[in-house]
Design a protein around this ligand. Structure first.
Ligand code: NDP
Length: 497
């Protein structure tokens, strides 16, 4: 049993039969350094299946020394990778995309087991990861640059070159999708990567490492180190030979990384952080469509998407109609174990539970759906969709809960709802539901959010800037913006001969 690897188990039935076998031994993941899986001397961390609570993998808690080995490998690989023609880099990326595509179900199965998400949700994310590789593989084939002439006929043009080794750090909620959103542009634009997935969800990165090896990606171009934020992530971002950090995760960690890298002025920092996103429902909507959009934005991936709309503001004139319909729709469509997965971990379960308990203690709270989850969960970390109305000054209106919990609040006027929607330390996304075309722009352009979705949610065109305002982050990634992250620009001045 011990020699079996996750990639030997490409279907849900094969994977679960293996995990349930009495002699099952957890997989042991190894770092990918310089193209080789590398045994680690470090103590291991346990990776747990949130749907069952079972330990199913051990991952190395990589030390600063192992991180340094990975950075050295990346730095060596960078020398030739950065000068490899874009057409060739593009082909490598396409081969990686082909490799994931050929193993789509395998990736989805293990992403679901590792993260707790439903298999259907995992499949969507694997497809998006494939798109990330394909998008940047083709983007680099059509690059343009700006050129101007001075009054004295001196040609000036922008010339870009890859920056070097990047630390790519991702969270646990959309593991492969978010990691590939960093790895694909990093490699496409000629940089070398040391990636660190969350210690809670390392498996899809492990599978991706195998795909990269099978695609004959030159050794050292992509290295993957596993481990906790501290020591592994921290050693990686602080490493003096790492030229940039692309990080997605919580705002608290983002602040820490900013402090840890403050002394290194030249180190690029992209921070994609948390959110507490408003969904605004005006009384002119098509109720059925608005209910479906607001529910998806609240409960997809059990609310564990940074872009989820977790504060729903409903115009008072629509309240009586919208709220019962919303509750009925969520009851019908979002069922634990079917369309709603388990939350990531026991600590996260307890965190979400603590917010629901807090709300339950406040007499001002109305429970429209859900109840306080059991203190000690049985057989996995399951929390049913919970719909609440809480006091406006409740912490549930301020803090990112990052689970299947949504608040409903009435509003009267446009100005009022804009003010309340913007009354947050975060500014990642906002969802605006209205059929009034003028209002779409009038309100949409006032919302303090990096992404505003009108009558839709989670739509992404990969060339558009992705990132947040305020405490939701710094920098933007996507298409041209990612080029700005991974390449340095110089202006070259050339007089006429
Ligand atoms: P964390 O900030 O806890 O962790 C994110 C990553 O950073 C993990 O790989 C973590 O490792 C690592 N890390 C932790 N501490 C350090 C450190 N000091 N230096 C370097 N790396 C470190 O976030 P979560 O994983 O809990 O993810 C949830 C958060 O991510 C939510 O706030 C969510 O909103 C946000 N998010 C933002 C998105 C966006 O695009 N803006 C998208 C998705 C999520 P480890 O887990 O092993 O400790």
């Amino acid at each position: 049993m011990t020699s079996i690897q996750p990639w030997d188990l490409p279907t849900h039935s094969a994977a679960t039969a293996h995990l349930q076998h009495p002699s099952f031994q957890p997989f042991r993941l190894q770092n990918l350094i310089n193209g080789q899986t590398t045994p680690s001397p470090s103590p291991t961390l346990e990776s747990i299946n949130p749907q069952t609570g079972q330990v199913f993998a051990h991952i190395p808690n990589s030390t600063a020394e192992e991180v340094s080995q990975a950075v050295t490998a990346a730095e060596t690989a960078f020398k030739s990778w950065s000068t490899t023609p874009a057409t060739q880099r593009s082909q490598y990326l396409q081969r990686i995309a082909d490799g994931i595509e050929a193993q789509r179900e395998l990736f989805a199965v293990w992403e679901s087991i590792d993260q707790g998400k439903t298999l259907a949700r995992a499949r969507i994310e694997i497809d998006r990861a494939i798109s990330n590789f394909r998008y940047f593989a083709t983007f680099i084939l059509h690059e343009e640059t700006a050129a101007r002439w001075t009054e004295t006929n001196i040609l000036t043009y922008e010339h870009r070159s890859p920056k070097g080794v990047f630390a790519l750090i991702s969270p646990w909620n959309l593991p492969l999708y978010l990691l590939s959103w960093k790895i694909a542009p990093c490699l496409a634009f000629g940089c070398a990567a040391v990636a660190k997935p969350s210690e809670l969800t390392s498996l899809s990165a492990y599978l991706l490492g195998k795909i990269a090896q099978d695609a004959n990606l030159p050794p050292g171009v992509l290295n993957v180190v596993y481990g906790a934020g501290n020591p592994t992530g921290s050693a990686l971002v602080r490493h003096p030979r790492v030229k940039g950090v692309s990080f997605t995760g919580g705002t608290v960690t983002g602040r820490q990384i900013r402090r840890d890298t403050a002394g290194d002025i030249g180190k690029h920092l992209s921070l994609e952080l948390g959110g507490k996103n408003p969904t605004i429902v005006f009384d002119d909507v098509d109720v059925e469509k608005a209910v479906a959009t607001a529910a998806a934005a609240a409960f997809e991936n059990q609310g564990e998407i940074c872009l989820c709309g977790s504060r729903i503001y409903i115009q008072k004139t629509l309240w009586e109609k919208f709220v019962p319909r919303f509750i009925a729709y969520v009851q019908e469509k979002y069922t634990l174990g079917e369309t709603v997965g388990a939350v990531i971990s026991l600590p996260h379960y307890r965190k979400i539970r603590s917010y629901i308990s807090l709300a339950a203690q406040d007499p001002a709270t109305v429970f429209h759906l859900g109840s306080v989850p059991d203190e000690t969960p049985q057989d996995g970390y399951w929390i049913a969709p919970t719909i609440l109305t809480v006091a406006e000054d409740s912490v549930l209106m301020k803090d990112e809960i990052f689970g299947p919990v949504v608040t409903l609040s009435p509003f009267e006027t446009e100005d009022e709802v804009v003010r309340r929607a913007n009354d947050s330390e975060y500014g990642l996304a906002a969802i605006l539901l209205t059929r009034d075309g003028a209002r779409m722009r009038r309100v949409g352009e006032q919302l303090q959010a990096g992404l505003v979705w009108v009558n839709c949610w989670l739509v992404r065109e990969l060339g558009t800037p992705f990132g947040g305002m305020k405490a939701s982050g710094i920098g933007r990634e996507g298409g041209e913006y990612s080029r700005g992250v991974f390449t340095g620009v110089r202006t070259v001045h050339v007089p006429a001969f």
